[in-house]
Ligand binder design. Sequence first.
Ligand SMILES: CC(C)(COP(=O)(O)OP(=O)(O)OC[C@H]1O[C@@H](n2cnc3c(N)ncnc32)[C@H](O)[C@@H]1OP(=O)(O)O)[C@@H](O)C(=O)NCCC(=O)NCCS
Length: 157
Amino acid sequence: MVSDVAAMTRIYSHHVLNGTGSFEELAPAEHTMRERFELREADSYPTLLAEVNGQVAGFAYAGNYKARSAYRFTVEDSIYVAPDATGMGVGAALLNELISVCSSSGYRQMMAVIGDSANVASIGLHERCGFTLIGTARELGYKHGRWLDIVYMQRSL
Ligand SMILES: CC(C)(COP(=O)(O)OP(=O)(O)OC[C@H]1O[C@@H](n2cnc3c(N)ncnc32)[C@H](O)[C@@H]1OP(=O)(O)O)[C@@H](O)C(=O)NCCC(=O)NCCS
């Protein structure tokens, strides 16, 4: 799996530089992505990969929602699909599997923290996978020359 970090870095960098799904503005280096992956592994948080025709087409992972201990049964999901593989069901396959893995591991709630309210693909994907809208926090981020909302969605596991 660590051998897939290069592909994950390429996909994530595209979305950092061109989208609003991540509130990072500088694409992280591959070694940073590897450190993040290894930290999730050390904490037993799942990272999932999707392949199409032998190529990494997307990845998803769960991480802690917040660090304080009482949040320990809640995870936050992240999903990034390669730009040439969107709209083919990859995101739904990854998110449904992530929900299943996290449910089996004993987590109780999954939070989606979506940037931003114009991200119809992510909002639609989460709706399709059983998430309900909690609310929208206005203008928490500033990227690509505009203010960005955060849309909170939640699913019981
Ligand atoms: C959001 C994202 C992961 C969706 O992945 P995807 O593989 O394209 O999604 P799927 O093809 O599996 O679509 C699943 C459902 O999501 C919804 N959806 C996907 N793209 C959509 C779009 N452009 N507009 C509206 N709804 C959309 C639909 O409900 C779709 O189900 P349907 O095909 O039965 O109608 C992908 O667009 C992506 O990587 N976006 C950039 C990064 C990002 O914002 N990630 C989320 C961070 S919170």
